[in-house]
Write a protein that binds this ligand. Sequence first.
Ligand code: HEM
Ligand code: HEM
Length: 130
Amino acid sequence: MVELWQIHATFMVTGLIVVIFVSLIARFFRTKPWWFRVHRIVATLGLIIVLVGFLTAFYMVSITSGLHFTIPHHWTGLSALIFATLTVLVGYLRPRLHLSRTHFRWIHIGLAFITAILMLLNIIFGFMLV
Ligand code: HEM
Ligand code: HEM
């Protein structure tokens, strides 16, 4: 039978693949007219996937130990969710932020990079738990 942690892990690994995928689209397919639509839509879907993965984890902890946010995997996981949300939010808010292109790129790419590192680390931490 499929266990909850397997569902959680599948969502999170898919989430990291999406983060890498949308970054590669933005980096290497900028000359294509569709790059921004794909970047924005897939990134938003990726955030939803990570959110569902997080809710699965929260439910899993609730029906087992009940000890939420108590070990490094939990903290890194929550941070990854926050950074993923910020990356997407900064992307959507770009027209309102009045940042230069250089500053926007620094912030957006920096947030994306931190998100990817946190997710990668936490996938490793996750497999050490099961
Ligand atoms: C980006 C990747 C991941 C993120 C952001 C993440 C996030 C989280 C968070 C936030 C929690 C705690 C929820 C709470 O305290 O209510 C959690 C729990 C858990 N995660 Fe992950 N996770 C990731 C990947 C994985 C992977 C790949 C596995 C397994 C291979 C895994 C296995 C688990 C398990 C077993 C728990 C429950 C631990 C417990 O009972 O205390 N996670 N995860
Ligand atoms: C998972 C979420 C996201 C990740 C990981 C991500 C990652 C990236 C990366 C790595 C670049 C720079 C590529 C390069 O030139 O080397 C980029 C560019 C960009 N992203 Fe995102 N992005 C995400 C979500 C979004 C969203 C939701 C929006 C807008 C609604 C957005 C808007 C932009 C824009 C406008 C650029 C081009 C900046 C420029 O060079 O002028 N991004 N993104």
